[in-house]
Design a protein. Structure first.
Length: 209
């Protein structure tokens, strides 16, 4: 049984996928319930499971789980900035963007929060992250910063000084790496996304204008 489940790795799957591994079993739902009760699979939400890492010897991927819990979505904001090493603080809730309604999931493997973004803005600045045998979608550093500014309440960056304070004091952003950021993503986001003036203020700061 352990060997069969390891086929799934750390990728979240539906109950029908799990049941397909046991063609000899007539009552598929009972088999899935049995595996869950035995702790061999973990329920993430209704009809979505992941194999217990003790069975697969593969660590769970919060990015893979986030993409599957609510699709389409991509990991962003502080979660992505922390992944890229641009902010020092640990992030305990996995933050993602979706053009569906905003939603939260509290699961046995962590908390996942989804913020709404327009369909027009969604495809700007996203990339694929390979982790183990899986691939998930994450914002680029620029998109993650834009999403964060656009969704933080009370953030209105009108002046260079305010933008600098936000990056250095609020986020403790790695300012040594700002020259590596792609200005085109900020420009495109400002045209289609929320808080365009704040995004452009950040861009001017990064370009030393």
């Amino acid at each position: 049984m352990r060997n069969i489940l390891t086929i799934l790795g750390n990728i979240p799957v539906t109950s029908s996928v799990i049941a397909s591994l046991f063609p000899e079993v007539k009552t598929k739902s009972a088999k899935v319930a049995q595996l869950e009760k035995a702790g061999e699979i973990i329920r993430l939400r209704r009809n979505l499971f992941v194999v217990n890492p003790e069975e697969t010897n593969q660590p769970l991927s919060s990015g893979l789980i986030a993409n599957h819990l609510l699709a389409p979505s991509y990991v962003s904001m502080q979660t992505a900035l922390r992944y890229y090493g641009l902010i020092p603080e640990a992030v305990y809730t996995i933050q993602s963007m979706t053009f569906k309604a905003a939603k939260e999931f509290n699961t046995p493997v962590g908390n996942f929060c989804y913020y709404h973004i327009s369909r027009e803005t969604y495809p700007i600045g996203i990339t694929q992250i390979k982790e183990g045998n899986g691939v998930y979608i994450m914002a680029t550093p620029e998109k993650a910063l834009c999403d964060l500014i656009a969704n933080l309440p009370g953030i209105n960056l009108r002046y260079r000084k305010e933008a600098l304070e936000f990056l250095e004091e609020n986020l403790r952003f790695d300012m040594d790496r700002v020259s590596q950021l792609n200005p085109e993503i900020f420009l495109e986001y400002a045209k289609k996304g929320k808080k365009s003036k704040s995004i452009l203020t950040i861009l001017k700061l990064l370009q030393h204008e």
